[in-house]
Design a protein around this ligand. Structure first.
Ligand code: 5GP
Ligand code: ZN
Length: 119
């Protein structure tokens, strides 16, 4: 989708600090990190959010999570862990309408799910 920010990052029209790229996935650091380790994993296919998922995309979501946990371990968060988050639509606080998994780690985050963003 030409107007989508993450599609522009995928197309290389907007620069990003890339962590991983394959035919169908891109991972890059969040521009406004909320933790010492904060990256995003996105499908190259434009899927607006998890609520727009079609059956044919379910394997792709599995790949996103698999890569997210691999990168989390590569970045030193395997032992202490972190948080994998997907915001969806308005009530979920989604600000970029292209499906993405956040990973936050490198410090202890508040256990309360509702305050994840404030950490
Ligand atoms: P959401 O609120 O939709 O779950 O998360 C969107 C995330 O994208 C935010 O954490 C925000 O900091 C990040 N973000 C927004 N614009 C850019 C950008 O241009 N580059 C990168 N790397 N991250 C961005
Ligand atoms: Zn997009």
């Amino acid at each position: 989708m030409s107007s989508c920010l993450f599609c522009k990052i995928i197309a290389g029209e907007i620069p990003s600090k890339k962590l991983f790229e394959s035919d169908d996935i891109l991972a890059f650091y969040d521009i406004k990190p909320m933790a010492p380790v904060h990256f995003l994993v996105v499908p190259k296919k434009h899927i607006a959010n998890l609520l727009e998922l079609e059956a044919e995309d379910s394997a792709l979501v599995g790949k996103l999570f698999f890569k997210a946990q691999e990168l989390a371990k590569e970045l030193g968060c395997g032992e202490k862990g972190g948080r994998f988050i997907i915001n969806a639509k308005k009530d979920g606080g989604q600000t970029v309408d292209h499906l993405h998994i956040h990973f936050l780690g490198g410090r202890a985050l508040r256990p309360k799910l509702t305050s994840w963003f404030l950490g």
